[in-house]
Design a protein around this ligand. Structure first.
Ligand code: SF4
Length: 274
């Protein structure tokens, strides 16, 4: 997440399982596995220990990621209240296929919601994930943002020939602007051939640049290119004065010209929690 305490460390955990079966999944060894097959090898980490480890390692937040966090929501419900007691922030990196009830249970203790909107047509969603109706993902994201006031960032992995049509990308950008906010960050990230999509070539950088342009044309203020280290599209520019406010190189911060989420040059609200 680029707008959530930039420059800080997040203690990240994963487990086993996912409710999707994405054809490109980078973490398929754990995400597509069955927990029972790994029962003897799994390390049980009490939530108290996770909080201690996060603090010991200088992290300001704890993120559940790698596989789908909703699969082990019980752990989040034990962990996040303890983390909050110790002043840590909390978040999910998620496919967003979550019910209102589950989100409601998490909401008092969860700060950040980084969610994939993997496509905007049922056919593409089905082809990528196995899920045909993606409307629950959009609904849950709007609840996270509007009702539970979580910090939300959207990620779309742009896959050649699957979800890279201008029209589909434009629909995602328009939905973010209209249903969330023009200030919601959108990450358009580069696909690399993997797993069942190993015959699809990597996303051309020009396609990502076009996607970024589409995001800006639709009125989004923060559109980022992901998985292309050193690209200018990793940086944050102030939407008002256009100056560089956060410089990035991969995971490194190279410049920081914002204070408490405001541009140091013109005071514009950058929708950054910091
Ligand atoms: S939602 Fe994420 S973890 Fe689950 S299969 Fe898809 S890419 Fe893998």
């Amino acid at each position: 997440m680029f707008h959530f305490y930039p420059g800080t460390l997040s203690y990240s955990l994963g487990s086993i399982g996912c409710d999707f079966r994405c054809k490109h999944c980078q973490n398929w060894q754990i995400a597509h596995a069955i927990a029972a097959d790994y029962f003897l090898e799994m390390i049980k980490v009490p939530p108290e220990e996770t909080v201690e480890n996060a603090i010991k390692n200088g992290c300001v937040s704890i993120t559940l990621t790698y596989n789908e966090p909703t699969i082990w929501i019980e752990y989040a419900l034990d962990l996040f209240p303890l983390a909050k007691e110790k002043g840590l922030y909390t978040g999910f990196v998620t496919n967003g296929y979550i019910t209102r009830q589950a989100l409601d249970m998490l909401s008092p203790y969860m700060d950040a919601y980084r969610v994939d909107v993997k496509a905007f047509r049922k056919e593409s969603y089905k082809r990528i994930t196995g899920i045909y109706d993606f409307s629950p993902i959009l609904d849950a994201t709007t609840w996270a943002f509007h009702d539970y006031k979580m910090h939300v960032e959207i990620v779309t992995l742009v896959i050649p020939g699957v979800n890279d049509a201008d029209r589909e990308l434009r629909s995602i950008a328009a939905w973010i602007k209209d249903s969330l906010s023009p200030k919601t960050p959108w990450h358009v990230t580069r696909f690399y051939p993997y797993l069942h999509f190993k015959d699809i070539p990597p996303t051309p950088v020009e396609t990502l640049e076009k996607a970024r342009e589409i995001g800006f044309e639709e009125g989004l203020e923060f559109v980022y290119i992901g998985n292309v280290v050193g690209h200018d599209g990793e940086n944050t520019y102030c939407p008002k004065c256009k100056k560089l406010v956060i410089g990035r190189y991969g995971y490194q911060i190279t410049a920081m010209h914002q204070t408490n989420g405001k541009c140091d040059y013109c005071g514009e609200n950058l929708n950054i929690r910091s």
